[in-house]
Design a protein around this ligand. Structure first.
Ligand code: ZN
Length: 507
C-alpha cells in the first residue's frame, strides 16, 4: 500500500473526494486509514514502550495511566540495561505500584560500620571563654575535657586539596562563682519535614566539615553526581569513606544554610531594570511541579513550586517596576511592562511553515520572515523610522491574514501576536530590551539535564535545598565569583546559628 506523503495530502480536498467513483474512494480511504493508524500508534509511544527517552514524555499525563504498559512490557524490560532499571526505580513509578517502602535504609536492616577507624591529624580544643552565669572571664582557669568528636574537613592547598581528620575537644570550666560552663558545638536552624522521624538541624556536631560539605554539595548540584557516585569518588580520590546518609546531609545542610542568602538575592532582583522569567516542569516526589527562574544581569533565583500565579511572589514582588521578559504564560500578563519572548513565536511560526495546508504554510513563512526582519532591523540599530514602521505594519497585516485561514495553529499564533501586541513589539521602542528570553532558558538548561538524570526531588526540603544551591551558584557565576568559599563560610556560620555574610557584589 502506498504511504501518503505531504504532497499527496496537500492535493486532497473535499472536491477531490466528491469527484471519485465509489471503489476509488474506498482505495483512498484505505490509504488514509493506514496513515491515521500509523500516526495514532506513533503518538502512543513513550519511554516505557519505545526507545524514546523519559524526558520526551508528556509531563501532564499521570504516571498511573501508563501502568498497564509497564506490566505488558515486562518481558521486554528484562532485556533493558541495569542503568535503565535503576532509573525506573528512582523515578518512583515502580515504587508507587509495587511497595510502600520509604527511600533509604529500612528499619531493622543491617547497618554498615566504618572499616578503618578515624585517626586524628589535628586536635582542636574548645574552651568556654566566659561564665554563662556571671559573665566572668574564664580563660585563666583550669578546664576539664568532657567530650570530643571527629570532623573530616577539606583543606584547599595551593595545587589541589586534601581531606584532614580533625578531633574537636570540648572543655568545661568551673567559675569562681561556682557555676560550671560547658563549651558546646554550635547549633543553628532546624528544618522540619512532616512525617520524618528526625528533623535536620544545622550543627557543628557532624562528621562533614563546612568545606567538605560544600564540596559534596558542589559535586551533587553543579556536577550532577548521584549520592552513590559521590561516595565512590571520595573513596577513590581522597581515601575518605562516607555513608550515603552523611553525603545527603551535607547537601541538604549546605542548601538550607543558603536560604537566607536567597532572600537577599530576591530583594536585589527587585532593583533590576530588566528581569527574565521562565519555568519548566519538575518532579517532587514524582508529582508534577514547576521550577521557576528569575534572572537579571547579576542575579539568578530559582524556585520550585506549583504553576499557580502566587508562586511568582517568591521571585518578584510589587517593588519590581522594571521590564519583564517572558513567554506568553498567563501568570505574567498582569505586569504592565512586558516583552514577549519572540523566540517562542518564531518556533511556532517555523512549525507552521511545514503545514500541509499550503496557504497556512505560506502565511506562517511570512510571519517568520517579518519577525526575523524586525529583530534584525532593531539589532542593527537602524534609525530609519520608516523602515521600522514598515516592518511592524507588515507583521500586523500578515497576522490579520493568518486569523482568517482555516488552520487552527496558524489562527492561534496570529491571535496570540495580535492579542499581546504591545508586549510583542515593546523592544522596538526600548532598544535595551532583548527580544528573546534566551538568558532564562539557558539558566534552566542545567536543571533540565539534572531532572532527566535524577527525576527531581523527593521532599519540600530537598526542593528548597536544591533551588537555593542553584540560585547561589548561578548568581556567583554571573558575578564571576568562586561560589564555594562563599558557601562554605555561609554554612560554617549557619551551623552556629549566625546570619550569612553579605553576598559579594563582584570579584
Ligand atoms: Zn560565674
Amino acid at each position: 500500500m502506498a504511504q501518503l506523503d505531504k504532497d499527496d495530502l496537500a492535493q486532497m480536498n473535499e472536491d477531490y473526494f466528491k469527484s471519485l467513483a465509489k471503489e476509488r474512494l474506498v482505495e483512498v480511504a484505505k490509504n488514509l486509514h493506514q496513515l491515521a493508524t500509523d500516526l495514532w500508534e506513533k503518538r502512543q509511544q513513550n519511554s516505557e514502550n519505545s526507545s524514546q527517552p523519559p524526558s520526551l514524555d508528556n509531563p501532564y499525563t499521570s504516571k498511573s495511566t501508563t501502568k498497564e504498559s509497564v506490566q505488558s512490557s515486562e518481558s521486554e524490560k528484562s532485556e533493558t540495561t541495569t542503568e535503565q532499571k535503576q532509573r525506573d526505580e528512582s523515578s518512583g513509578k515502580e515504587k508507587k505500584e509495587k511497595s510502600k517502602r520509604k527511600p533509604g535504609k529500612q528499619p531493622g536492616g543491617q547497618g554498615f560500620g566504618r572499616s578503618q577507624p578515624l585517626k586524628a591529624e589535628v586536635i582542636i580544643p574548645h574552651y568556654p571563654s566566659t561564665c554563662s552565669a556571671c559573665n566572668q572571664d574564664l580563660s585563666k582557669l583550669d578546664s576539664q575535657r568532657y567530650m570530643g568528636y571527629y570532623v573530616l574537613e577539606l583543606e584547599p592547598e595551593l595545587f589541589g586539596f586534601r581531606v584532614v581528620t580533625q578531633l574537636h575537644h570540648y572543655y568545661r570550666t568551673t567559675c569562681s562563682c561556682g557555676h560550671c560552663t560547658h563549651a558546646q558545638p554550635g547549633r543553628g536552624y532546624i528544618s522540619e519535614v512532616e512525617g520524618r522521624s528526625k528533623d535536620l538541624q544545622l550543627t557543628e556536631y557532624v562528621l562533614g566539615g563546612a568545606f567538605l560539605a560544600t564540596f559534596i554539595a558542589s559535586l551533587s548540584v553543579r556536577y550532577r553526581m548521584s549520592r552513590t557516585k559521590i561516595q565512590e569518588f571520595l573513596k577513590d580520590w581522597t581515601n575518605t569513606e562516607l555513608s550515603i546518609g552523611t553525603i545527603d546531609r551535607c547537601i541538604r545542610e549546605t542548601g538550607i544554610a543558603c536560604l537566607p542568602v536567597v532572600e537577599e538575592l530576591v530583594e536585589q532582583l527587585q532593583q533590576a531594570d530588566i528581569l527574565h522569567l521562565d519555568e519548566t516542569h519538575w518532579y517532587e516526589q514524582g508529582k508534577l511541579h514547576w521550577l521557576w527562574v528569575a534572572l537579571s544581569t547579576k542575579t539568578a533565583v530559582f524556585h520550585i513550586g506549583s504553576r499557580r500565579k502566587e508562586e511568582l511572589s517568591h521571585l518578584i514582588t510589587e517593588a519590581f517596576i522594571g521590564w519583564l521578559v517572558s513567554d506568553g504564560y498567563a501568570a505574567y500578563r498582569s505586569h504592565p511592562k512586558r516583552q514577549r519572548c519572540l523566540a517562542h513565536l518564531i518556533r511556532k511560526a517555523i512549525a507552521i511553515t511545514g503545514a500541509i495546508n499550503q496557504k497556512a504554510a505560506q502565511i506562517g513563512q511570512w510571519i517568520l520572515d517579518d519577525l526575523k526582519k524586525l529583530i534584525a532591523t532593531i539589532a542593527n540599530a537602524s534609525e530609519d523610522n520608516r523602515l521600522i514602521r514598515k516592518r511592524i505594519a507588515g507583521l500586523r497585516r500578515v497576522c490579520h491574514l493568518g486569523k482568517k485561514v482555516d488552520h487552527i495553529k496558524l489562527q492561534a499564533l496570529a491571535k496570540e501576536i495580535l492579542n499581546d501586541w504591545d508586549a510583542v513589539v515593546a523592544f522596538v521602542k526600548n532598544p535595551d530590551l532583548p527580544p528573546t528570553n534566551n538568558e532564562a532558558e539557558r539558566a534552566l538548561r542545567h536543571a533540565v539535564i539534572a531532572r532527566q538524570i535524577g527525576f527531581g526531588t523527593r521532599t519540600k526540603e530537598g526542593s528548597l535545598a536544591y533551588s537555593s544551591l542553584l540560585s547561589v551558584i548561578e548568581t556567583c557565576r554571573l558575578r564571576q565569583i568562586n561560589p564555594w568559599t562563599y558557601m562554605a563560610s555561609v554554612l560554617a556560620l549557619a551551623r552556629r546559628g549566625l546570619a550569612p555574610p553579605p553576598f559579594p557584589v563582584s570579584s
